[in-house]
Ligand binder design. Structure first.
Ligand SMILES: NC(=O)c1ccc[n+]([C@@H]2O[C@H](COP(=O)([O-])OP(=O)(O)OC[C@H]3O[C@@H](n4cnc5c(N)ncnc54)[C@H](OP(=O)(O)O)[C@@H]3O)[C@@H](O)[C@H]2O)c1
Length: 252
């Protein structure tokens, strides 16, 4: 798969996201937390979606303390949410916001690191539910709000193993291939009829709880912190990526 890396010389404007409303999933920890804070620091009103209220509240407080626009919190467990939850979420966001300028699909789970031969079906289903089905439903029901924006960006989070499969990555790798597929299908459908652009982004090895659990023997400090990989997250969410759609990006 051909991928694109944003130049390290890219310098996003301080007010890149001023006036924009952006929903970030998995905003309470790891890369999602860094993205939410980074988007708010560039002027965005961020809708923080995640499953752990206390973590979302901590991010909310940090954004407010830093002087960012007042965020919103959506506590939702993507593993158990039904179609009805997504429908009602879209309705309630529509009551508050006229449109949505950005949607960062970031929440994800690792599942089991073991061969397909001995994989558990329950874990397979949970990974697919969180990493694929929930993304589909959220996108499906938020599309009208995204299409109501002057221009909007949907960013799906991929992984190296979502572009080339590798032993023992099981459902996680398959879910990321599906994510790339969803990105391509949606981008193709919207390309000529809509101002919604759709791309995928592979953060690469990043020092988060997920990476530490996938590589317990690794020195976590050899990987960048989430806040150090934000250039591509900003490029894809801001107007500098206008017209870019259907592409697979790497953070580095
Ligand atoms: N870190 C890496 O090296 C790396 C590399 C390639 C791709 N990625 C991808 O980058 C994205 C972010 O990963 P990360 O490293 O930041 O992982 P992380 O630190 O484990 O954070 C994952 C986030 O997703 C949320 N989440 C998990 N299950 C959820 C559910 N059922 N409902 C709602 N939210 C849920 C978590 O919420 P709680 O905190 O409340 O559990 C957390 O905020 C993922 O899509 C991952 O696959 C990461």
């Amino acid at each position: 798969m051909e991928t694109i890396t944003v130049s390290s010389r890219y310098r996003p404007r301080p007010d890149l996201l001023r006036g924009k409303t952006i929903l970030v999933t998995g905003a309470g920890d790891g890369i999602g937390r860094a993205a939410a804070q980074c988007y708010a620091a560039r002027g965005a009103t961020v809708i923080l979606l995640g499953r752990t209220g206390a973590k979302l509240e901590a991010v909310y407080d940090k954004i407010e303390a830093a002087g960012g626009p007042q965020p919103a919190i959506v506590e939702l467990d993507l593993a158990s949410a039904t179609e009805d939850h997504f429908q009602r979420l879209a309705d309630s966001l529509g009551d508050t916001f006229t449109h949505l300028d950005g949607l960062l699909h970031n929440a994800g789970i690792l599942g089991e690191r073991r061969p397909i031969e001995s994989a558990s079906y329950a874990s397979w289903l949970e990974v697919m539910q969180v990493n694929v089905n929930a993304q589909f439903l959220l996108t499906r029901y938020l599309l009208p709000l995204l299409q109501a924006a002057p221009a909007a960006s949907v960013v799906f989070t991929s992984s190296g193993v979502g572009r080339r499969g590798n032993a023992y990555w099981g459902a996680y790798a398959v879910s990321k291939f599906a994510t790339e597929g969803l990105m391509q299908v949606l981008a193709s459908e919207l390309e000529n009829t809509s101002k919604v652009r759709v791309n995928s982004l592979n953060p690469g090895a990043t020092n988060t709880a997920m990476r530490r659990s996938a590589y317990p023997a690794e020195n976590p400090n050899r990987n960048p912190a989430p806040q150090d990989i934000m250039l591509a997250y900003l490029f894809l969410m801001g107007d500098d990526s206008a017209g870019v759609t259907g592409k697979a990006f790497d953070c580095r």
